[in-house]
Design a protein around this ligand. Structure first.
Ligand code: G3D
Ligand code: MG
Length: 181
């Protein structure tokens, strides 16, 4: 009984909080995603200077989610947020074909970083509602995600304005946490 209870308790409340950082180029939809998770509604965003941080409760998980400004001048300080990060959410504007190669460069730079060695990677192919957006499969191919062998990764199409797809992304994170226990 004692053991079973301990197991049950640990499944419910095992770890206080998981640190998640949300990165991506400016205008990708990071802040919109964070506030969808927080209150299921669209907020009017303005370009993030520095970062926003919020605690997001989902099922029996608590996440500390950092939304980090994506303008070029801010990308050089992304690494100051990396310590103890368990999940990296990379947000892509699926209509922004021109800058996908920049996201790719930043992604591989992050994957190489010592502080992110243990981090799982969730890519949100955002703005799927817009005409001409690239599909998740196309983005996955362009980012060469199948070459990533040393991190768990997943790509999920979404629309941050309606919230569609966002919780499927969290489902993946939940599965990763359960398998790590
Ligand atoms: P950022 O934090 O990554 O810089 P924001 O991006 O969350 O500030 O979003 C940038 C703009 O994209 C915002 O528009 C926001 O409403 C819009 N956006 C975010 N997600 C989606 C989506 O899924 N579909 C569509 N159509 N637009 C989206 P504004 O006009 O406020 O600049
Ligand atoms: Mg922002």
């Amino acid at each position: 009984m004692g053991l079973l209870f301990t197991k049950f308790w640990s499944l419910l409340f095992s770890k206080a909080e998981y640190k998640v950082i949300i990165v991506g180029l400016d205008n990708a939809g990071k802040t919109t995603i964070l506030y969808q998770f927080l209150m299921n509604e669209v907020v009017h965003t303005s370009p993030t200077i520095g970062s926003n941080v919020e605690e997001v409760q989902w099922r029996n998980f608590r996440f500390l989610m950092w939304d980090i400004g994506g303008q070029e001048s801010l990308r050089s300080v992304w690494n100051t947020y990396y310590a103890s990060t368990e999940f990296l959410i990379v947000v892509v504007d699926s209509t922004d074909r021109e800058r996908l190669s920049i996201t790719k460069e930043e992604l591989y730079r992050m994957l190489d970083h010592e502080d992110l060695k243990q981090a799982g990677v969730l890519v949100f192919a955002n703005k799927q509602d817009l005409k001409g957006s690239m599909s998740s499969a196309e983005i996955s191919q362009q980012l060469n995600l199948t070459s990533i062998k040393d991190h768990g990764w997943h790509i999920q199409g979404c629309c941050a304005l309606t919230g569609e797809g966002l919780y499927q992304g969290l489902e993946w994170i939940g599965t990763q946490i359960r398998t790590r226990r």
